[in-house]
Design a protein around this ligand. Structure first.
Ligand SMILES: *Cc1c(COP(=O)(O)O)cnc(C)c1O
Length: 449
């Protein structure tokens, strides 16, 4: 079969899949998982019809998917994909653009510039900032910590680019006690040393306690959170950031999903003062409901940002803010395209409506679960509901039962060392009816335990 027939067939399978997301099991059954053994073939010696490869992918792969692109997946903080974003992704994949710079792809460069301006607008962050559309909040967080460290060292007259770190004045990284594991990963990779981190104690909501913060100075990067991963809480930006800046520190905010609360008129107050930070990271693939991998490294010090990540090769152009100078990759997919498409199709009001709706649905979920005897551990400020049945054994039994039944899905977590389970409402498809089904499914499972 030729290219066009194969692509058409892939589109057909994709459409069939999307047509069934509402009825599919949310987590694959045992038979589907066992079916994945069919992929364990030896590398073929010879070529075959591409249609055969597609058929194998569909026959074994499709039944074993997790239906996070549906409305009843409440695990992690995983959004579905909006129609405009999915459609843009499909077309852009046919274009196969290398979104490094204008000369590689004028269309990618132009759309990602528009997306940059729109993201700064809807998140109400300093308009002179630049955005690198990277693969993940992990990668973007790593980039931003590198920019922060390089800048603080430069202010002391130390050039890390040429002199490295040996003999350099130490840059300290302050993180909240509840910081996301991926910031620790970035800290490790960049050589901050986990034992050398300054840990800021947190309150019961997972927010940094202002008067218990470690001492910070002009060689400290202060890393705060907009949307703590368990409780969805926000650090006290308007209190902490001015103090940190007065000391000469750099403030980075991990807002992988929570920064989008800023796009909601009713939730924006939670992020008050976040705009004062020096840099931020957020994901498209979580709350904005764009496809993987789509994330944003946002930095108010545009020149420092582009200088840190510069990769102007002799054979490439030197536009300072081309994407190759704002992300880790040199060759890259133009990840800003589906983000642009999501923002264009929803508009300011559509994003506000989606975020606000998820927050209201999370409140209803918490209320319904309390009715079934579940202890809800957090003040449901945004889309996260943190729960327990009282001990690890009960929580694990509930999760297992829910997973087997396949009607909804959520996973375990730990809060202050204790077993908990966590539901997050982040899919554009989740209806109020899905929320009632989730409450009923959990109620039934508890009754059966
Ligand atoms: C998911 C998450 C991350 C990591 O984001 P990825 O895009 O998965 O790398 C970082 N911080 C928080 C708070 C998160 O929820």
């Amino acid at each position: 079969m030729g290219e066009i027939d194969t692509i058409r067939a892939a589109n057909q399978r994709a459409i069939e899949y999307l047509n069934t997301v509402d009825e599919r099991r949310v987590f694959p059954d045992q038979a589907a998982v066992e079916g994945l053994d069919g992929f364990n073939e030896a590398l073929p010696d010879s070529s075959s019809d591409p249609m055969e490869t597609l058929a194998l992918l569909n026959d074994l792969g499709t039944p074993a998917t997790v239906t996070n692109n549906g409305g009843r997946y409440f695990g992690f903080v995983i959004g579905a994909t909006l129609p405009a974003a999915a459609a843009a992704e499909r077309l852009a994949s046919a274009w196969d653009q290398c979104g490094s710079s204008f000369v590689n792809s004028p269309v990618a460069a132009r759309i990602e510039t528009v997306a940059t301006n729109w993201v700064l607008d809807i998140l109400d962050l300093p308009r002179e900032s630049q955005i690198g559309f990277g693969t993940s909040a992990t990668a973007c967080g790593l980039s931003m910590l590198a920019v922060a460290r390089r800048t603080l060292l430069k202010r002391k007259g130390w050039d890390i680019d040429v002199d490295g770190l040996v003999g350099a004045p130490e840059v300290k990284l302050m993180v909240s006690e509840t910081i996301h594991i991926t910031i620790k990963k970035a800290a490790k990779l960049l050589g901050f040393g986990l034992n050398r981190l300054l840990i800021a104690p947190c309150d019961e909501d997972g927010r940094v306690i202002v008067n218990q913060m470690p001492e910070i100075d002009d060689m400290t990067i202060v890393c705060l959170q907009a949307g703590e991963v368990n409780k969805g809480s926000f650090d006290r930006f308007s209190e902490i950031i001015p103090v940190a800046h007065a000391a000469g520190a750099w403030v980075h905010v991990d807002g992988a999903f929570g920064l989008w609360a800023r796009a909601s008129e009713t939730k924006k107050h939670l992020t008050h003062g976040v705009e004062l930070a020096d840099s931020w990271t957020t994901d498209g693939h979580k709350w904005l409901n764009t496809p993987y991998d789509g994330a944003m490294a946002i930095c108010g010090h545009a020149d420092e940002f582009a200088a840190t990540l510069n990769s102007d090769a002799v054979y490439s152009t030197t536009e300072p803010f081309s994407q190759k100078n704002l992300v880790l990759e040199f060759s890259r997919r133009a990840r800003g395209i589906p983000i642009w498409a999501a923002l264009r199709s929803l508009g300011r009001q559509g994003v506000d409506e989606m975020v606000t709706r998820h927050c209201a649905q999370a409140v209803r979920l918490a209320e319904g679960l309390r009715g079934h005897g579940v202890t809800v551990l957090n003040d449901v400020v945004i889309n996260q509901v943190l729960c327990t049945l009282g001990n690890e054994q009960k929580n694990a039994a509930l999760i297992q039962r829910i997973s087997e039944a396949g009607e909804i899905w959520f996973g375990p977590s730990k809060w202050r060392g204790e077993s908990v389970f966590r539901l997050s409402v982040s899919s554009w498809r989740t209806t109020d009816e899905d929320i009632e089904r989730a409450i009923d499914a959990i109620g039934r499972a508890i009754a059966e335990l």
